[in-house]
Design a protein around this ligand. Structure first.
Ligand code: FAD
Length: 403
């Protein structure tokens, strides 16, 4: 039998391989990854590895011996160019590789900024290890950094750059940072801390162009403001790497469309991680979720399905971000929120925001409050109905409520 072929040696691809072997799968498992590295963690690339608090040696997810011991056939530096669901094969260079089950775990690519000057040297992006090494190198000398995009990656890069002695300005087009992912009260607290640490955050600020002679020297905003910059980092989101699936006639809708078992429209072809658009009871419509949690849990879920023990994917979404002395943790997906409750002091560096819809807790953001986060996951999973005055009362025993 042809066994399993996994396209993409990232967080999700490695997880499905690992869970298959742990579950007793006996056939061949091939992981084909485009990057020249064995699977590694991306989160530290904008945090401890970028700021120098952790070495690059800490990023690999598994050592070489793990792949040998588990008979995982890992090919790096190889891009799968085509999928043929009819013959159940994929093509990579001169090779045609057959599969019984195919898992597409190709992740996402950075969204490029479509403004003049975007190709100038000194305009960088951050997705992979190579990007991180380039950025780290650029930050060995103090710089005037302009970060375009006030999402997690942008804010983490601004914090890491500041720690290394650079000055950072974050430019966000929307009226506030972290608009897609956190409650306003939480975003405000994060902005306050960045400002105290010397980061300048500009919201409602569109970028008109990037300027420079041979290398970047400034970012010009739509209102004409010119920001001096000898390094620009663009963090304006990602585009799911769904091209090969689309070309193969597999249903896509920005990402690869999957059913509750994470199956694509092609027989025995699954999609997981950042590239998958999946239905979930935690959102009113199918979503893509870019997180380690989602990559891992979907990898486990597909392995279970291939092993004949599958069930609808139902994991609670959660995420974290580290910026300066802030550990932000979120759980749930904040769609159509109609009530927001702050628990603790929103002017401090330790509090949580509970977001409700129809009286149910559907998302919780916690700042330096890991216990609230853990309870939050249970409340979100249960769709718990709690009174807002109880949620807001620090003496109210949330843990018991979550039982
Ligand atoms: P990836 O890890 O991106 O892996 C996909 C792999 O597939 C890539 O190596 C790619 O090169 C390869 N590939 C693509 N196309 C092909 C092809 N045709 N053939 C072969 N290989 C191919 N998440 C959190 O939860 N918390 C965090 O704090 C956090 N911080 C992050 C910081 C950074 C800088 C980045 C970039 C991401 C961060 N994330 C974080 C998100 C998290 O890393 C991703 O959600 C996760 O890596 C997704 O896993 P994946 O396997 O779907 O994709």
């Amino acid at each position: 039998s042809a066994g399993v072929v996994i396209i993409g040696g990232g967080q999700a691809g490695l997880q499905v391989a690992t869970s298959l072997r742990q579950g007793g799968y006996g056939e061949a498992i091939r992981i084909i990854g485009a990057e020249p590295y064995a699977p590694y963690q991306r989160p530290p690339l904008s945090k401890a590895v970028l700021s120098g608090e952790a070495g690059v040696d800490t990023v690999p997810l598994r050592g070489q011996v793990f792949f040998t011991d588990n008979r995982l056939d890992l090919v790096t530096g190889r891009r799968v160019e085509a999928i043929d669901p009819g013959s159940k094969t994929v093509t990579a260079g001169a090779d045609t590789i057959a599969y019984d089950h195919l898992i597409i775990a190709t992740g996402a690519d950075v969204r490029k900024i479509p403004v003049p000057g975007a190709d100038l040297p000194g305009v960088l992006y951050l997705r992979g290890l190579d990007d991180a090494l380039k950025l780290k190198e650029a930050l060995t000398t103090p710089r005037n950094v302009v970060v375009i995009g006030g999402g997690f990656i942008g804010l983490e890069v601004a914090a890491s750059a500041t720690k290394l002695g650079s000055s950072a300005v974050v430019v966000e087009a929307l009226p506030r940072v972290l608009a897609r992912s956190t409650a306003p009260a939480m975003a405000d607290a994060i902005v306050r801390r960045h400002t105290e640490k010397g980061v300048k955050i500009m919201t409602g600020a569109g970028v008109a162009r990037i300027e420079g002679e041979g290398k970047v020297s400034a970012v010009v905003l739509s209102d004409g403001t010119t920001l001096a910059a000898d390094l620009v980092v663009v963090g304006i989101g990602v585009v799911p790497a769904a091209g090969i699936a689309k070309a193969a006639g597999i249903d896509t809708d920005h990402g690869i469309v999957v059913d509750p078992l994470l199956r694509t429209s092609a027989p025995d072809v699954f999609a997981i991680g950042d590239v998958a658009r999946f239905p979930t009871r935690f959102a009113p419509r199918p979503v893509m979720v870019e997180s380690v949690q989602n990559a891992i849990d979907q990898g486990k879920a597909v392995a279970a399905t291939i092993l004949g023990k599958g069930a609808a994917y139902d994991a609670v979404p959660w995420f974290w971000s580290d910026q300066f002395d802030m550990k932000l943790q979120t759980t749930g997906l904040a769609f159509d929120i109609d009530e927001t409750v702050v628990r603790g002091d929103a002017d401090s560096l330790a509090f949580s925001v509970f977001q409700l819809k129809g009286g149910r807790v559907i998302a919780v953001d916690s700042l330096n409050k890991p216990a609230d986060h853990m309870i939050g996951r249970r409340l979100v999973a249960a769709g718990a109905q709690l009174r807002t005055e109880d949620l807001a009362d620090p003496s109210y025993d949330l843990k018991r409520a979550a039982m």
